[in-house]
Design a protein around this ligand. Structure first.
Ligand code: HEM
Ligand SMILES: *[C@@H]1O[C@H](CO)[C@@H](O)[C@H](O)[C@H]1NC(C)=O
Ligand SMILES: *[C@@H]1O[C@H](CO)[C@@H](O)[C@H](O)[C@H]1NC(C)=O
Ligand SMILES: *[C@@H]1O[C@H](CO)[C@@H](O)[C@H](O)[C@H]1NC(C)=O
Ligand SMILES: *[C@@H]1O[C@H](CO)[C@@H](O)[C@H](O)[C@H]1NC(C)=O
Length: 347
C-alpha cells in the first residue's frame, strides 16, 4: 500500500500543470482588478510593500513551486513553516496585502481564486506600480498544503552564496544564468538588513578587511549605518543605492560602480557574459524591462500545482479543512495525496 501511494505521488510530481492568461475572466472577472486596487491602496501609503511582495513571490516559487506555501502559518507536522525559515523569519513582508486582497475576492467569488495566483498578480502589479514593466500574468495555480521551513532553508539562495552556488540554485528551478542576472534586478527596489552583508564591511573571507569589490567610499558609508554590533544588524539599507522605491535599471548601474549591497549581487560580475548582460541592462532600461517581464513569467511557472495536487484555499494562512472548501469548479476532486497525514492544527 505504501509503495502504491509513493508511486502515485511520484507520478503526480512529474505532471506539468499549466497556467493561462485570463484564467479567471469568466469565473471571477473582478479578480485581477481587485488585486491591482489593493496594491495601489497599500503602495500609496507604504511604497516599500511592493518590494516585500516581490520578494515573497520569489521565495514562494523557489519552495514547493508557486503554490502560496509561504503564506501558510503552520506546517502539516507542527515543525516551523516556510515563513519561519532563516530567509523569511522577520524579513518577509507583504502578508497583510495578500490577506486583504483575498478577503475582497472571497466576498465576490468565494472559493475560486487561489492564494498562489493572488500573490503572483500582486507581484506583477507591485513591479508595475513601482514604475517597472507590466506584463500579462498567466494564472490557474492551485494552493499547496505543505509549508516547511526546512524546505525553504534548502532552496532559497543566501546573500553569501558564491556564483557557482547561485547558478546551481537557479538551475535547480529551471532558471539559467541569464534569468539569474535579470531577476536579481528585483533588487532595484527594497532594502536589506545589515546582518545580510555585514561580513563584507569588516571581515570579508576571513581577511579581517572589507570586501575589496566594494567601492571604498560606499563601504565607509555602510560601516557608519551598520556598526559591527549586534543591534545594528537589524538596521536596513537600500539594495539599490539611492533608489529603493522606483523600479528602474539603476541597480545595474550601481553594481558596475562597486555599489552592490549583497555579496550575491557582486558575484554576478565575475562571469564575463553575465557582466556583459549587466552592462547592457545598465545602458538600456527598456531591454531590462522586457527581459525582466519574460523572466518573471518563467519564475511563475515553477512547480505549478493542479486541482489534484492542490486546492483553492479559503484563507491564505491555512489549508482548507478536509471535505470543505474545494473549488466549485471541481465538483468531485480526487482525494488529496496528503490525506494520510495528520490534519492541520485547528484555528
Ligand atoms: C539571486 C539570489 C538572491 C539572493 C541571495 C537574495 C537575497 C536577498 C536578501 C538577503 C535580501 C534582504 C532581506 C532583508 O534583510 O530584509 C533581499 C531582499 C529583496 N530581494 Fe532578493 N535575493 C535574491 C534574488 C532575488 C530575486 C530573484 C528577487 C525577485 C525577482 C528578489 C527580490 C528582492 C526584493 C524586492 C527585496 C527587498 C525586500 C524588502 O524590501 O522587503 N531577490 N534579497
Ligand atoms: C523567528 O523569529 C522570532 C522573533 O525573533 C523568534 O522568536 C523565533 O524563534 C524565530 N523562529 C524560528 C523558527 O527561528
Ligand atoms: C562556492 O561555494 C561552494 C560551497 O561553499 C564551494 O564548495 C565552492 O568551492 C565555491 N566555489 C568557488 C568558485 O569559490
Ligand atoms: C533540484 O534538486 C532536487 C534535490 O536535490 C532534485 O531532486 C531535483 O531533481 C533538482 N531539479 C533540477 C531541475 O535540477
Ligand atoms: C575574521 O574571520 C576569521 C575566520 O572567519 C576569524 O578567524 C577572524 O578572527 C575574524 N577577524 C576579525 C577581525 O573578526
Amino acid at each position: 500500500m505504501i509503495v502504491v501511494i509513493l508511486t502515485a505521488s511520484l507520478e503526480l510530481g512529474v505532471v506539468q500543470s499549466s497556467t493561462v492568461v485570463g484564467y479567471y475572466s469568466h469565473s471571477c472577472p473582478a479578480a485581477e482588478k481587485i488585486v491591482s486596487q489593493v496594491v495601489a491602496e497599500q503602495f500609496a501609503t507604504r511604497p516599500l510593500v511592493a518590494a516585500g511582495i516581490l520578494r515573497l513571490y520569489f521565495h514562494d516559487c523557489f519552495v514547493e513551486g508557486c503554490d502560496g506555501s509561504i503564506l501558510l502559518d503552520a506546517s502539516p507536522d507542527g515543525t516551523p513553516p516556510e515563513k519561519r525559515s532563516l530567509a523569511n523569519n522577520n524579513t518577509a513582508t507583504g502578508f497583510e496585502l495578500v490577506d486583504a486582497a483575498k478577503r475582497r475576492i472571497e466576498a465576490v467569488c468565494p472559493g475560486t481564486v487561489s492564494c498562489a495566483d493572488i500573490l503572483a498578480l500582486a507581484a506583477r502589479d507591485s513591479v508595475a506600480i513601482s514604475g517597472g514593466p507590466r506584463w500579462e500574468e498567466p494564472t490557474g495555480r492551485y494552493d499547496g498544503r505543505v509549508s516547511l521551513a526546512s524546505n525553504a532553508d534548502g532552496s532559497i539562495p543566501g546573500p553569501s552564496f558564491n556564483l557557482t552556488r547561485l547558478i546551481h540554485s537557479f538551475a535547480n528551478k529551471t532558471l539559467d544564468s541569464r534569468d539569474l542576472v535579470t531577476l536579481s534586478g528585483g533588487h532595484t527596489i527594497g532594502r536589506s538588513h545589515c546582518a545580510n552583508f555585514q561580513i563584507r564591511l569588516y571581515n570579508s573571507s576571513g581577511t579581517g578587511l572589507p570586501d575589496p569589490a566594494l567601492n571604498p567610499a560606499y563601504a565607509t558609508a555602510l560601516r557608519r549605518i551598520c556598526p559591527n554590533t549586534s543591534p545594528a544588524r537589524r538596521a536596513t539599507l537600500s539594495l539599490d543605492r539611492g533608489s529603493e522605491i522606483p523600479f528602474d535599471n539603476s541597480y545595474f548601474v550601481q553594481l558596475l560602480a562597486g555599489n552592490g549591497l549583497l555579496r550575491s549581487d557582486e558575484e554576478l560580475l565575475l562571469d564575463g557574459s553575465m557582466r556583459g548582460l549587466i552592462s547592457a541592462f545598465a545602458a538600456n532600461q527598456r531591454l531590462f524591462f522586457r527581459e525582466f517581464a519574460k523572466a518573471m513569467v518563467k519564475l511563475g511557472g515553477i512547480g505549478v500545482k493542479d486541482s489534484i495536487q492542490g486546492e483553492i484555499r479559503l484563507h491564505c494562512r491555512r489549508v482548507n479543512r478536509r471535505n470543505s472548501g474545494s473549488s466549485p469548479r471541481v465538483p468531485t476532486p480526487p482525494p488529496p495525496i496528503m490525506r494520510s497525514r495528520a490534519p492541520p492544527p485547528p484555528y
